[in-house]
Design a protein around this ligand. Sequence first.
Ligand SMILES: Nc1ncnc2c1ncn2[C@@H]1O[C@H](COP(=O)(O)OP(=O)(O)OP(=O)(O)O)[C@@H](O)[C@H]1O
Length: 529
Amino acid sequence: MSAVDVALSPFHIESGYIHNRSESIVIYLTVAGSVIPMCILESDSIASVKLRIQTCKGFLVKKQKLVFEGKELSRNNSLVKDYGVSSGDVLHLILRVSNFLVVTVESAFRKEFEFQVDRFRNVGYLKQKIAEQAKGFAFINVEDQEILCNGEKLDDQRLIDDICKNRDAIVHLVVQKPAQICSKPAKRDLEIYVDSHVNEEGIHKKSPNVGFPLQPVIINPNLKFSPAIWSMLASATEGLKKWKNPIRSSEGTGGAYFMQHPSGNKYVAVFKPIDEEPMAVNNPRGLPPSTDGEGLKRGTKVGEGALREVAAYILDHPRTGPRSIDGEPETGFAGVPPTIMAKCLNSEFNHPHGYDGGPENIKVGSLQMFVKNYGSCEDMGPRDFPVEEVHKITVFDIRTANADRHAGNILMSREGGRIVLIPIDHGYCLPENKDIDLLSSFGWDLSSECALTLRISTMLLKKGASKGLSPFAIGSIMCRETLNKESVIERMVQKAYDSLLPGMSEAVFLETVSKIMDSELDNISLRLV
Ligand SMILES: Nc1ncnc2c1ncn2[C@@H]1O[C@H](COP(=O)(O)OP(=O)(O)OP(=O)(O)O)[C@@H](O)[C@H]1O
């Protein structure tokens, strides 16, 4: 049964589940265009609600994101009532679904090989992958392959997602010529079993691509891009010219598009348009637009995600120090992939009000280099992760007060057999702290508030490390234990703010934070000994 099938039937209220009827409430889950009533208790934790969704609907807990009134219910230990959810409320369920399908190639007698393929690729691409994968035991040219489904020959342009939508699919591969080079007996007919995972996405739109060169948004004309960034831009532009359209990722809460290499064989970049961010007007996941401008996470603003993505790359200093304006070296300490601001015009982006190729259809967003990976850290236990790889990301997250780090936002790659972790998705770094927000009365505007967050986070990282605190201990200082209990860092900042006299400068404020932090960290170190 597919995700879409299960989403259509309402939840049954199991006998025995509702112990205290006075506390029970009915909420409505919206998922993949359907609305599902669900009976829960106000005292249920978010974790248990997600577990019930998994039990009743089959969506894995780790693939679920629940959103209520524009805020993600991200704290699994918090209760439904902590988030102010009450009877009759509507919760949005966002599912993170893998883009990849497992393709198994079998001969009449046994399994031959297995590989992964993106569900939004076409049959022509599947043939290329088969030719590549089959090299070890037989030589199968792309042009000699015919792929059939239910006796019908499949056109090269047909999307793989179309073939196995909502179900596993078995297609037949017929190789026209006998294999020419083979280490094992040649196979004339191979059966391909395509294992389809759930898919909540709609049908991939095929519409004409009005050519428009992808362009970097240049704010400082003195800034030079590194050769790697130019090459990413050139490949993605060439790909668009060759009608290799952007492909929307089935993962994530916003619109994220894979920009293709001109060969159509690989991705070169990920483009995230500003107007498709979570809670933005053209969000393709059906999340309602923000009513107060605040994003999915506290302290972030809708439409600033792309800027934060670019900021994350710039702030990820190389080991030698801050990157110079000529863009070199391109890799920073934590390995955030090179990211720039860009604009692009393409019909494949989400245009709910229509597409005519006019200037109003141009999208501005972050363009990040695509990193070849073997999935995210969600797909693997942490035991094999090198400690320094974990620490480099911890250091980056503490400095930028990143509000959205989870295993799904760290990709896994390999360099010479060693696991390398790549941090992605930095749309929620440098949040404005609500308490620091109060400081705007002293004349600090948005950008200086973000800068202040960065300064205080960096101060905490430096002082914490010099006092021998572990990354976990430092990270805990920045996290709230419960939804409504301020974190230790929030309390320190509040204390400094309370002791400020009108008219005092930012330098004096930071000096006060520094003193408070020293004494708090000494206490924490003593408690940990
Ligand atoms: N630089 C990259 N290289 C390779 N794949 C990437 C890269 N950036 C993003 N992706 C892929 O695209 C998917 C969607 O991106 P991402 O998670 O950043 O989107 P989002 O809408 O901001 O997500 P979220 O809901 O987690 O905030 C990711 O799951 C990942 O598989």
